[in-house]
Ligand binder design. Sequence first.
Ligand SMILES: [Zn+2]
Ligand SMILES: [Zn+2]
Length: 342
Amino acid sequence: MILDLERALRSMRAARTHVTGILITVALAACSPAADDGSDVIAAPEGAAEGEDTAFAEAMTYRTRVVMLGTGNPNADPERSGPAVAVVVDDQAFIFDAGPGVVRRAAKAARDLEIPALGAARLNRVFITHLHSDHTLGLPDILLSPWVLDRPDRLQVVGPPGIDAMMSHIVMAYEADIDRRINGLEPRDANRDSYIPDVVETEGGVVYEEGEVRIEAIPITHGDWSFSFAYKVTGPDRTIVISGDAAPSEPIVEACDGCDVLVHEVYSGERFVTRPPEWQAYHSVFHTSPEQLVDIATRAGAQKLVLYHQLYWGTDDAGLLAEMRSAGWDGPLQSAVDLGVY
Ligand SMILES: [Zn+2]
Ligand SMILES: [Zn+2]
């Protein structure tokens, strides 16, 4: 084997940090040219649902924005990529989960929404909520595609225990590709080692603090997973909480505490009753119904509620919004679409 895979794995191990609820500050690798703040841009994505234009125009006035790269779940919905949420602060994107399609959705946001921080070669920070495949199938993509596209720096990966082994296995799985790209004819001198991820495993706590941005991993309940996180992003002008996959979880209420945007998963309560009993048992301990979400968002004092990872089971966005309203939510509300900005 020409590629020294052992060298890469040694380097990963050296870079690895295990964290248990303690503060760590990760040095931000300077890599991104200054970008404009995008505030002079255009319109919501073509085909966007009702209310998206307003949400988009409002969100683009902030320095801290949520850009939905993928609102999906394990269902292979062609309109919804796998779960991936970008929080963009000025010229830096923080990606939460890497569902399938993440790099191409980001490239589309960079091009069509004029958000240069989401350009493929700029994707260098990803935070994983939990290790379910729908949230991690895009990890090889976000590790390797930007590398091939000349990302100058390594991918910084934060996630629960097990993420380090997952990243090591991804590097091993692609060793033949990595070998050809390094030792073949591709010019690769400028970023030869940028395929090696820097991985931080956490059990919760502050996982990033740099400049005006602070990111906290919040342990929550997602069925029988030992570790599953929501993330709280405190930016210069807004605070965002992203649930990840979650059964009703009190820590999300505490973390939000009047947050500007609560991005939360949901399933249709009306259609839940049509599911087979064994699936009802599963969903009731892994996920959240509209009634439960209204209770969470109300007690959390969320200023704006954005539904994602929607499980429709035959209903649609309008149906889910109606369920939320009839359950008592009367605040600002969106059922997110891919490439929606909130
Ligand atoms: Zn999921
Ligand atoms: Zn899950």
